[in-house]
Write a protein that binds this ligand. Structure first.
Ligand code: KG4
Ligand code: ZN
Length: 352
């Protein structure tokens, strides 16, 4: 048994987990949505302060849920990048302090490597490399080729907004509140997804043609805004459900088409889908259908582990630990670090 206590505080969820390899012994998440909702988005300073208040309780809760104590813990892990600097500092400093106090190994974790590892929490066998990952969250939208543990190559990414950010912005335009993803999904269920045709955000390549695996969601958001303005000029009540369904369908179609196309071009027969937006049912259904048609194995993170959580951070740390890594005590936080540089958080740098 190699138990890792993991902390996740990169944005507005405070999360603690205890994992033994890929086995989740406890996973607790305290959402700060209510604290940020009056402001219509995450307030970084407020997020950091809430993490300070919530973390000690969540650590106690995780130990109680797992029914173990510090004696059984081998290592402590915390998210170090990417994210809100103040929020990350709370988790990283708390994690380091607890590791020092209790004489445990410390591992800093790349948040996106954590999301990738959430696909190992299905209860089934872990996806075999090589595979393509569609990572869709509030801050990122990327297609990542994974050739082995820690060996990543970005095949495509958004050139402007992330998919989750688009959900949040469009929800605000429709007066649906924050966070936008679940709010849009709830009303879209009773709407007509084909009522409005929105642009698919193709990205022009310099010298002509289009980038096949790039995403752009800011034009889609503007198209929804123009559509709302035109409808308002006509003085009709806004067809919120149809607008939400048409927007959601456009995002699901674009994400599914480009990820399946990329997997096929890369000669990969496995697609892994992770991140907060991966919880969206229309996206899951669209992906299932396209992957069935193209005979691609589809592995989606379980709903409970799509959004930010600490179990995924624990799994990522367990894998790094198993390959002999630990982080130096001097490790700091960073608002940005490309995924393929995640190995730089460890010493010795993993050979893989
Ligand atoms: O992965 P995540 O929890 O945090 C980041 O690392 O960003 O993703 C949060 C994002 C938010 O933008 C939220 O609106 C979106 O995921 N989201 C959804 C759904 N649930 C959360 N988007 C669409 N449909 C959902 N059901
Ligand atoms: Zn995330």
């Amino acid at each position: 048994m190699t138990v890792v206590l993991a902390l996740e505080t990169s944005c507005d969820e405070t999360a603690v987990a205890l994992v033994d390899g890929r086995r989740v012994l406890a996973s607790v998440v305290a959402s700060q949505v209510a604290s940020h909702a009056p402001y219509g988005g995450v307030v970084p300073e407020l997020a950091a302060r809430r993490h300070v208040e919530l973390l000690p309780h969540l650590v106690d809760q995780a130990f109680a849920e797992a029914g173990i104590g510090w004696a059984e813990v081998n290592a402590v892990a915390a998210t170090a990048t990417p994210g809100l600097v103040g929020a990350l500092l709370v988790g990283l400093t708390t994690g380091k302090t607890m590791a020092l106090l209790h004489g445990k190994t410390f591992l800093a974790v790349h948040h996106l490597e954590g999301h990738l590892c959430s696909a190992q929490l299905t209860g089934g066998p872990p996806p075999e490399t090589p595979f393509l990952v569609l990572l869709v969250s509030g801050g990122h939208t990327q297609l990542v080729r994974v050739d082995g543990p820690g060996v990543y190559r970005i095949c495509g990414a958004t050139v402007d907004d992330a998919a989750g950010e688009a959900f949040d912005k469009v929800a605000r335009l429709l007066g649906l509140g924050y966070p936008g993803g679940p709010a849009i999904e709830a009303v879209a269920g009773s709407g007509q997804p084909r009522r409005f045709a929105f642009p698919q955000g193709r990205v022009r390549r310099r010298g002509g043609g289009y980038e096949p695996y790039a995403f752009s969601f800011s034009g889609l958001k503007t198209a929804v805004l123009r559509c709302i303005e035109a409808l308002q000029r006509q003085g009709e009540p806004l067809p919120v459900a149809d607008l939400a369904a048409s927007f959601e369908d456009t995002v699901a179609t674009v994400l599914s088409r480009r990820s399946v196309g990329c997997a096929l071009d890369q000669g990969l027969s496995r697609l892994v889908v992770v991140g907060g937006v991966a919880a969206n049912r229309r996206l899951r259904q669209t992906l299932e259908q396209r992957c069935r048609e193209e005979k691609i194995d589809l592995v989606m993170a379980p709903l409970a582990f799509c959004g930010d959580n600490a179990a995924m951070i624990g799994v990522a740390a367990s894998q790094r630990l198993a390959s002999g890594c630990q982080s130096p005590w001097t490790i700091g936080v960073s608002p940005r670090l490309p995924l393929h540089e995640a190995g730089s958080l460890y010493h010795p740098q993993p050979p893989f």
